[in-house]
Design a protein around this ligand. Sequence first.
Ligand code: HEM
Length: 107
Amino acid sequence: MKYIWILLAFFLLLSGCSSSANTNAILEVQTYTLEEVSLHNSSESCYTAIDGKVYDLTTWIAIHPGGDAAILSLCGIDGSEKFNEKHGNSGSAKYELSLFYIGELAP
Ligand code: HEM
């Protein structure tokens, strides 16, 4: 009889493990269309898309070492070309950019 309790405890333990694994698997990534990005086209709210990813650069406008105009020129658009032209080979700019990631650009 006591083996039944041991078996039951074992199955309970197993089912607990699998449900927590599932919870981890359903973290979803936010996606934005270019149209949604285009609504955030000012210093009040500045989103840009770079290489298929979307960034909220609002707080970066005032502190960008290259000046605010460079960042304002990216607000609301796909800024891949401008960003890569200037910073395509800059690890620090790419790292800084990653801090503002908010989601993926919808295909
Ligand atoms: C997402 C947008 C951007 C991020 C996260 C970013 C980040 C940075 C960082 C970290 C620096 C300091 C040092 C370095 O060069 O690595 C910098 C400097 C600079 N950035 Fe940007 N940048 C962005 C966009 C742009 C754009 C579009 C332009 C111009 C078209 C630009 C022009 C400059 C200039 C002129 C400097 C001053 C130092 C230099 O001449 O390299 N940046 N930026």
